[in-house]
Design a protein around this ligand. Structure first.
Ligand SMILES: [Zn+2]
Length: 409
């Protein structure tokens, strides 16, 4: 197959795909007899979008059994604890199947989902493990064992984490700011770092998702990553307390973060909704320092976090909305910052997920790509261009008609 006349990194080109991989990339490719040709009409191609932080187990549960009336993170955890009692494998699979298809229609092909393992039956984890296999042809799902109610503060928390490793998770989580004490927070991070070093798994911690400037799980996580040589296998998600750190502390911390080589995920939509809830005025935005981390050469990606669940009553899974909001909230609307901002949900996120050569539009790599109804990312972002086609190993897996508006005056 040849995909003809598309824009790749600012230049017009064609793509040739055979046996599910890119075999040739360049202008004016000549079709062989009988070779299928897809017209690109000068549209933008990108590698598929990557959802680097979401909670698929809780999607589409907002209001069930009760809505989160205060809009806080902590009430969200209480509401989820109620809903968790009703979970069945079939319930989780039905909701996740719906959301994954919606994500796919927005050009997402890779998802890192956190799954709550503070549940002695591990129901949601079992459902997600089944889905990871069932959907692998169309969606790559990475599963993080996420201890929503703590590792040291939840009865049997460490055993549940070990059980999740045995069942086959891809990554280990932690939630230091929710542990009962600072000592438990440190202990939980040490536990996870050692378990990951032993098992070869990745780490993705819900780290300091609170407006408390004294919440400093991140320095422990980064130090363990540095000392154990885990580097890019480790991700710190949220780190919203960093928003409130004093600059002297942040400057010292930045040296460690750079040395450690860890990744960051910011969830700008959900954290602007959840954070600052104990403030009167001024109210903090509660989003981590994406601009400063990026300028220091540290890898940051953006995630949606929640779709219609106890922490976010809205959300579609369209990562364009996350990038759009994220650039406003982090004040990253310089021309060049906009132009390459898809990287927060493409190449940067690929690094977070450790996708390596499984990702990217290059000869020899799997022919996974999306075609947008725009000639540039700048236009696609601004005008919310639809993904007209999402290709997985060269196969069209979603298709959306371009929006055509008529103004009748
Ligand atoms: Zn999260």
């Amino acid at each position: 197959m040849i995909v003809r006349d598309v824009r790749l990194e600012g230049a017009a080109t064609d793509l040739r795909v055979a046996d599910g991989v890119f075999t040739e990339i360049g202008p004016d490719l000549v079709a062989t007899p009988g070779e299928e040709i897809v017209e690109g009409h000068g549209r933008l191609v990108l590698p598929p979008f990557i959802e680097s932080h979401i909670h698929l187990d809780s999607v589409l549960t907002a209001g069930d059994p009760e809505p989160n009336r205060s809009g806080t993170l902590f009430e969200g955890i209480e509401r989820w604890a109620q809903r968790k009692e009703k979970l069945t494998v079939a319930d989780v699979k039905e909701r996740v199947n719906r959301v994954v298809r919606q994500q796919a229609s927005f050009g997402v092909q890779f998802v890192r989902t956190h799954v709550d393992v503070t549940d002695p039956s591990l129901t949601a984890l079992r459902a997600l493990l089944e889905l990871r296999d069932e959907l692998s042809d169309v969606m790559t799902i990475q599963i993080v064992a996420f201890p929503q109610e703590g590792i040291c503060s939840f009865p049997g928390g460490k055993d549940l984490m070990r059980e999740a490793v045995g069942l086959g998770v891809d990554a280990l989580g932690a939630i230091p700011h929710f542990e009962f004490t600072r000592e438990y927070a440190v202990d939980s991070l040490n536990f996870v770092a050692e378990l990951a070093a032993e098992s070869g798994l990745l780490i993705d911690v819900h780290c300091d998702e609170i407006d408390d400037e004294a919440s400093r799980g991140l320095e422990t996580l980064a130090t363990r990553a540095y000392e154990l040589g885990l580097g890019g296998r480790v991700t710190a998600s949220h780190t919203t307390a960093m928003h409130s750190y004093n600059n002297a502390y942040f400057t010292r911390l930045l040296r460690l973060l750079t040395m450690s080589g860890i990744n960051f995920v910011s969830n700008p939509v959900v954290n602007t909704h959840l954070q600052g809830r104990t403030d009167t005025y001024p109210k903090r935005r509660g989003v981590t320092r994406v601009k400063e981390l990026t300028e220091a050469g540290i890898n940051v990606s953006f995630g949606q976090d929640d779709i219609c669940d106890p922490w976010n009553p809205l959300g579609t899974g369209n990562l364009r909305d996350v990038v759009f909001t994220g650039l406003y909230v982090t004040q990253m609307l310089g021309h060049d910052q906009i132009a390459d901002s898809h990287r927060f949900v493409t190449t940067n996120a690929a690094r977070t997920l450790n996708l390596g050569e499984a990702y990217g539009i290059e000869v020899g790599r799997p022919a996974n790509f999306v075609v947008l109804d725009a000639g540039s990312w700048y236009d696609a972002l601004n005008w919310n261009a639809v993904v007209v086609g999402s290709y997985r190993a060269g196969r069209l897996i979603t298709r959306t008609e371009p929006v055509r508006r008529e103004v009748l005056f």
